[in-house]
Design a protein around this ligand. Structure first.
Ligand code: MN
Length: 318
């Protein structure tokens, strides 16, 4: 997805001190358009902007609506599209055409630059899922753009159903390509069940609750909230008193400062200014269809112009 904010701030994201267990509240961001739906954003926010390389967590639906996100650019990140319900058609400038379906990972590596569109079928349908971004470490952020789909096989873990879409959990690994040590998994936990997950002590973790009455390491975590856990533990105990669905995210602290604005990640304000100028000149004004962001193959929608740059530079975090 494109960051739907009309006037996005430029945000400096950096690994913050470990804080034990921390409850991160969602903030509503309107997606706009005639069938306006809201997304609930838990990363970045003032008290935490990164969990490992995870730098952006938008949670949306269930809503009967149509996703119509025209071609837009990305740099320096991977987008992770994960649906609980819905059907979205992905097209991008490296020539991919893919269906995004529930339980299947769509992983797009922007690297030095890519553009893509995400459009659901013509009639409104139920849409429910998460749009996640991973910041690429400096050593890999200029990598060539690419796209892959991965359909993980769900497995039983202590009564929960687990799908590992990034990294490894309980000996089950995803083949998806990532550039820093990371974990991403969906857990469906039946009412009255406690699971004790084996976790990597060098990772920090986040648990996004989609539905259910859940405690994460004894912290009551309501739906739409993200529980943060500092590195150091080898086990994570999650208890569901009603049927629950959640996403477990983790990773080694990135240890780098990144600058996020709109759909770009860079390392400085000047770099963001350059990415925006190239998108506007090459694609919006049609100056160079073979430039940094290429051309989305087979999409008839007009590309999305970038918002105006903020007058305030580098607001430290959100
Ligand atoms: Mn996007």
């Amino acid at each position: 997805m494109s960051n739907p904010e009309k006037n996005p701030a430029e945000v400096l994201c950096e690994t913050q001190p470990a804080a034990g267990v921390q409850l991160l509240e969602p903030r509503e961001v309107p997606l706009g358009g005639p069938r306006a739906m809201n997304v609930r954003r838990t990363l970045p926010q003032r008290s935490r902007s990164l969990i490992g390389g995870w730098c952006f967590v938008d949670h949306y639906g269930p809503d009967t609506t149509r996703m119509l996100v025209p071609p837009h650019p990305h740099t320096g990140l991977q987008t992770v599209s994960w649906l609980f319900a819905g059907d979205i058609e992905h097209r991008d400038s490296v020539g991919s055409l893919a269906a995004v379906r529930p339980g299947e990972l769509n992983l797009m590596t922007a690297g030095s630059g890519i553009s893509h569109s995400e459009i659901s079928p013509a009639s409104p349908t139920l849409l429910h899922g998460a749009q996640l971004w991973v910041a690429l470490p400096d050593a890999h952020r200029h990598t060539a753009p690419s796209f892959e789909s991965v359909a993980p096989t769900p497995f039983d873990l202590q009564g929960a159903t687990v799908s590992v879409f990034i990294g490894e959990l309980a000996g089950v690994a995803s083949p998806a390509m990532v550039f820093s040590p990371l974990l991403g998994a969906q857990l469906d936990i039946p009412a009255g069940t406690t699971v004790t997950l084996p976790i990597n002590a060098t990772f920090e973790h986040g648990v996004l609750v989609d539905a259910g009455a859940v405690t994460v390491a004894n912290l009551a975590t309501p739906p739409d909230h993200l529980a943060y856990l500092a590195p150091g533990a080898t086990e994570l105990v999650i208890t569901a008193s009603t049927d629950a669905r959640l996403l477990l995210l983790g990773g080694e602290p990135l240890g780098e400062s990144i600058v996020m604005w709109w759909n770009f990640i860079g390392r400085s304000h000047d770099e963001i200014v350059e990415f925006r100028a190239q998108w506007q000149a090459d694609v919006i004004n049609g100056g160079n269809p073979d430039g940094r962001f290429g051309t989305v193959v087979g999409c008839d929608e007009a590309p999305l112009p970038a918002p105006e740059l903020p007058t305030v530079r580098l607001k430290p975090r959100e």
